[in-house]
Design a binder for this molecule. Structure first.
Ligand code: PAF
Length: 264
């Protein structure tokens, strides 16, 4: 009805457990469209069997209350059975940013699940624009590539990461952190900022990145990766002379896996 009336529709895809980062996406959507729809779906196909699908926080009532406060126009919270037909046999196959050797190295089936559900959500919503947080930087690149390659007419827009005052990127998974882990968690962002500073001043990436890995490990994390990549292509780089740089990281603190990225 909205589309027929000529209104512009924005979609904010989420897995719920909404926080201020999601609210910032709704606000950005509101600035670009007259109607804002938020989807809430904990997508099983993007979790490996060893990951936290069953433990993932589900707070639908609180999410809907929050969306009412920020005046989203619609929420779409399908069940798994509604989203995936029992005979579903189609997934999106990815290369390019999905094979950059970052998240895909540690979560080899993740992006196929993300891209498939996002393709479905974009088709279902028929929105003019869809907004995603830059916190999942590789995911944003994967989705933008997929939408372009599959001629999905929705514009894909990335929005800046929202952080706590101490630098920790907001994430629905931060609730897993114990009090003691929460106090140590900002070390990841701090180390990334140090590396970004050195790289932006011309240092070859290897030194500052090794330093950041050591610092984060000292803070008690198990580092999956901290890497400096070309911000557009995600290709490995040797120095900032090769183009805009993005530092991307994933590290585990106890049972919680944190990811983050910043520009250098
Ligand atoms: O970033 C997320 O919350 C999810 O990966 C997304 C894009 C909603 C797909 O399930």
């Amino acid at each position: 009805t909205w589309k027929k009336a000529g209104e512009k529709v924005a979609l904010v895809p989420t897995m719920g457990a909404l926080h201020a980062g999601h609210v910032s996406l709704v606000d950005a959507a509101r600035a670009r469209a007259s109607r804002v729809v938020v989807s809430i779906f904990v997508n099983p196909t993007q979790f490996a069997p060893t990951e936290d699908f069953s433990a993932y926080p589900r707070t639908l009532e609180a999410d809907l209350a929050r969306l009412a406060v920020v005046q989203a126009d619609g929420a779409f919270a399908p069940s798994v059975a509604e989203m995936y037909h029992k005979h579903a046999a189609t997934t999106v196959t990815l290369q390019g940013p999905a094979a950059a050797g970052l998240e895909d190295r540690f979560r080899p089936t993740h992006f196929a699940g993300v891209a498939t559900v996002v393709a479905k959500l974009l088709n279902q919503a028929q929105a003019d624009v869809a907004l995603f947080g830059e916190k999942d930087y590789q995911q944003l690149k994967v989705i933008a590539r997929m939408a372009e390659d599959l001629d999905i007419p929705t514009r894909i827009l990335g929005c800046p990461t929202v952080r706590e005052a101490d630098g920790l990127a907001l994430s629905s998974r931060n609730v897993y952190l114990s009090k003691e882990e929460r106090a140590r968690a900002p070390a990841l962002h701090r180390a990334m900022c140090g590396a970004a500073e050195a790289i932006s001043q011309g240092a070859p990436v290897a030194g500052p990145i090794a330093h950041a890995v050591a610092e984060v490990t000292r803070a008690g994390f198990v580092v999956d990766y901290i890497e400096a990549r070309h911000a557009v292509t995600l290709a490995p780089i040797v120095s900032a002379a090769e183009g805009p740089v993005r530092i991307l990281a994933a590290a585990r603190l106890g049972k919680t896996r944190l990811i983050d990225n910043i520009s250098a």
